[in-house]
Design a protein around this ligand. Structure first.
Ligand code: GLA
Length: 384
């Protein structure tokens, strides 16, 4: 049992004066390539991380849900599953309330429970701490109330909670990888069919995440306007989603679109192709190709989708100078801060991280944080 699980069980016992019957773990994620393509019915390539949200839980005999959050000073939230579930003034609690409400709205019969929640997914870093919380909550209720529900449905309900209750119009990627991740693999996901194709990350490459420590905020930010621009572009092409537009079709009509909408569409259409190509490049261990695909993705996020910031661009430029064509680097996640992800030959990891972090602090006076990660399993019961 790891430290996080021990700590969460211990707090559960202190607060609720009894042992938890189950402990559930749901991971955060890093996306290797395919950014903002998920809500365009396109392709994404994430891996579940060895950082997770953990919930120690037990069923109650009544309809009350009591939740303690270790990461927010043992703050407690309480609500009744038989009454209308409303917003809490505690932001963290809304992920729990929203997910439980969505389960009920989808016809699942749940009752009261006691939950202690903690996590080690860095928050506000673009590594999906909120999605991991939603999936952990969904799976906890599945486990406690033996609900007949697939992991994909749990992911969809997590997304619904985020869209309708929390108010962020996110796609399905984060919840889906948290629910369906496979140890040692990244998943090439078709966000239209939700098919997931596990793909081995070559053993001689490490997944290195560098956190710029520039906090990002999705709700009420540029995220929703990007989504609207994509919908406008899809309507222009007369298709359901930009997934249905080929690069040739895009080029033919690009000039007829307003400049900004055209560039947003170009990011999505070309990023879908890069994501599919990444599957082949990883299978063939073609590191020069991986390098070019990740560089292309970053340039497209910077110039066409305009979701990077100077600090992130600096990390990517510096990192790519060290890596050359031996590995790849790009921003990962929704944008406007957060992290970069790099695929780095194992023997280069130390040099790579040392050089990039040193130059970053010299340039920005901010200390970056490095996580050398392992692709991990999706949500699971770790005890019970
Ligand atoms: C956030 C959203 C995802 C996805 C990414 C960008 O993480 O939650 O659905 O759109 O941004 O790829």
């Amino acid at each position: 049992m790891n430290e996080l699980t021990k700590k969460t069980r211990k707090t559960f016992k202190n607060i609720f004066e009894t042992e938890a019957s189950h402990v559930i773990r749901a991971p955060g994620r890093v996306n290797l390539i395919g950014e903002h393509t998920d809500y365009n019915d396109g392709f994404v390539f994430p891996a579940a991380l060895n950082f997770a949200t953990v919930i120690a839980a037990r069923k109650r005999d009544d309809a009350i849900v009591k939740v303690v959050s270790l990461d927010y000073g043992n703050e407690i939230d309480e609500f009744d599953t038989t009454k209308k579930i409303t917003y809490s003034e505690k932001p963290w609690a809304n992920y729990v309330r929203g997910t439980v409400k969505t389960l009920i709205d989808n016809g699942f019969e749940v009752g009261g429970a006691e939950l202690a929640i903690s996590g080690d997914v860095p928050q506000g870093a673009g590594l999906s701490s909120s999605a991991s919380l939603e999936v952990a909550v969904g799976y906890t209720f599945k486990t406690l109330f033996t609900l007949e529900v697939t992991n994909k449905k749990i992911a969809l309900m997590g997304q619904e909670a985020e869209n309708r209750f929390v108010g962020c119009n996110c796609g399905i990627m984060d919840q889906l990888i948290s629910a369906c991740g496979v140890k040692g693999k990244a998943l090439l996901i078709d966000c239209r069919t939700l098919d997931c194709e596990p793909c081995e990350v070559p053993a001689d490459l490490s997944i290195v995440i560098i956190n710029s420590n520039m906090k990002r905020e999705l709700v009420g930010s540029e995220y929703n306007t990007r989504r609207e621009s994509c919908e406008e572009a899809a309507a222009f092409f007369g298709v359901k989603a930009l997934r249905d537009v080929s690069i040739a079709q895009l080029e033919e009509k690009l000039n007829a679109l307003p400049d900004v909408i055209g560039r947003r569409a170009r990011h999505i259409v070309t990023e879908n192709q890069r994501t599919l190509d990444m599957g082949k490049a990883l299978n063939q261990k073609d590191y020069a190709h991986i390098s070019r695909l990740m560089a292309g993705s970053h340039a497209s996020m910077k110039d066409d989708f305009e979701i990077t910031i100077p600090e992130i661009d600096f990390l990517v430029n510096t990192g790519s100078q060290v890596l050359g064509e031996k590995g790849g680097i790009r921003m990962t996640g929704g944008g406007f801060g957060g992290c970069v992800v790099a695929l780095v030959p194992n023997e280069m990891v130390d040099t790579f991280t040392n050089v990039v972090c040193k130059k970053y602090v010299e340039k920005t006076k901010i200390t970056a944080t490095v996580y050398v990660c392992k692709a991990s399993a999706g949500v699971e019961v770790v005890q019970g």
